[in-house]
Design a protein around this ligand. Structure first.
Ligand SMILES: [Zn+2]
Length: 263
């Protein structure tokens, strides 16, 4: 008889999903808000109490609360505590099931980044070819809006304004098929930005402004190659920043180095 202690079992194991503990914190609190157990204006229990009730570390609670704040579900009032915010407006898009997975699944996160890197530099090039003076005025307006939210450190508004700027570039590219793809991905694209900005250092906000400035200058100059490159540089900078942020975060687990960031 063969000794199976060494483990030649044929049992079909699958890789345990790489997920963040904070994802569960986020999902539980979102569920309590959705089912009305937590109502707008209501104060959340303290970090310590939440940690005890959820059976996770305070660091995971803090990380989850920060993300929920960027997502617009919570508002922190310095010195008073954390409160449930009025429900954030949906941005539309149809990939709702995957939207939930994005928080849990680093692989999907990476796949979305690859799609963005394939599509958005091309959109920037088309925008450089086609932009009218009116288009450019609208792009600079969006850019200024991102800047205002960055200055106010309003991360929830910043992520939405950033998405709006990238959408505006897609509009200028005047390709209905590309626009359709982008429309379907709106929720995912917003959530990608929220997840990454919650992890990043504050100086990333200023850097993002500079990178957007380069993209818009290239579009304004009608320089397709420069616009492509500027968009690629934007994504590369996000990846670098995200990598540094993840290395600083001892509570993070199971995330491969070099995961992408959205912005
Ligand atoms: Zn951006």
């Amino acid at each position: 008889m063969t000794n199976t202690a060494g483990g030649d079992s044929r049992a079909d194991f699958t890789i345990v999903a790489k997920r963040r503990v904070s994802a569960e914190v986020v999902q539980q609190i979102q569920a309590r808000i959705r089912d009305g157990a937590l109502r707008p204006g209501e104060q959340l229990p303290s970090e310590r109490e939440l940690a005890a009730r959820l059976g996770v570390s305070r660091m995971s609670v803090r990380e989850g609360l920060r993300l929920l704040e960027v997502m617009g579900y919570l508002r922190t009032d310095a010195g008073r505590g954390t409160f449930v915010a009025p429900p954030p407006e949906p941005v539309g898009g149809r990939v709702t099931r995957e939207r939930l997975d994005l928080l849990e699944d680093e692989t999907l996160f990476e796949q979305l980044a690859v799609v963005r890197e394939a599509i958005e530099p091309r959109l920037a090039a088309l925008a450089a070819r086609l932009a009218t003076p009116e288009d450019l005025a609208r792009l600079w307006e969006r850019h200024a809006e991102v800047g205002r939210h960055a200055e106010a450190r309003d991360l929830a508004a910043f992520t939405r304004a950033d998405l709006a700027l990238h959408n505006a570039i897609a509009d200028v590219a005047r390709n209905r098929v590309f626009r359709h793809i982008i429309d379907d991905l709106q929720e995912l694209l917003l959530e990608m930005r929220q997840i990454s900005i919650a992890d990043l250092a504050p100086n990333r906000l200023g850097d993002t402004q500079c990178e957007h400035q380069c993209i818009l200058e290239a579009i304004a100059a009608g320089d397709e190659a420069a616009a492509t490159q500027a968009m690629l540089d934007h994504f590369a900078a996000q990846r670098r920043a995200y990598q540094v942020a993840r290395q600083r975060r001892p509570a993070a687990r199971g995330s491969p180095p070099g995961s992408p960031a959205g912005g």
